[in-house]
Design a protein around this ligand. Sequence first.
Ligand SMILES: [Zn+2]
Length: 237
Amino acid sequence: MTVTLCFDDAYKEVYTIGFPILKEYGIRGTLGIITNEIGGSFEGYPLMNLSQITELHNNGWEIASHSVTHPYLTSLTDEEVINELMNSRNALRDFGFKVNAFVVPYGNYDDRIKNLVKKYYYSCRPSILGTNSIPVEDRYMLKSKWVMNDSFETIKIWIDDAIANDNWLIIMLHNIDKPEREYNISSENLREVSQYLTEQKIKVLNISEVLNPPSIVIPLIISSAILLLILVLRKFK
Ligand SMILES: [Zn+2]
């Protein structure tokens, strides 16, 4: 059983409030970055700047793309969608982050978007309510549960269900200590969740740690093997 904490939009307080709490418990999260708004804001709420994102990355957090401008992707042309997918990925890679996962703005997703996402990312988390079996059925349809000012008791039930079913639970989070926001968690509840995960000895991993995308090692082994084979064959000519 595994839990992932996925913070969409990368609000500033995830760095100032969330990161210190999670760090106390040795827990890391996944951040969904809107690349045009790094150091900017979303819906009037400030977002992390590059040095804050970099610090989280250096502390083992996963950096995922959440598009360039956070649009409704299904209302865009293929070319516009590709720009959102490719330019956000490239911007994050230029900053030195490994980017494998895409997090869909507003969960606005269909087969056309899915097929385009496949070209640029190893996985995708739209907004489909539920938990994931392991191995996952479709890594471009990762399910999640969304924290909307829920109590610790509610989140504890999600965790207990995932334990009982040996599932992968992705918890989708946004703001912290902004109770006026629909998708919010209080810092007290975030602490209680962190404490519970630690007490229960639950593995808290990033999306890509669960899915394990092929690293550079495998192509390296294959190419070395081919090279060796060529050399051997030449010798026996
Ligand atoms: Zn978002």
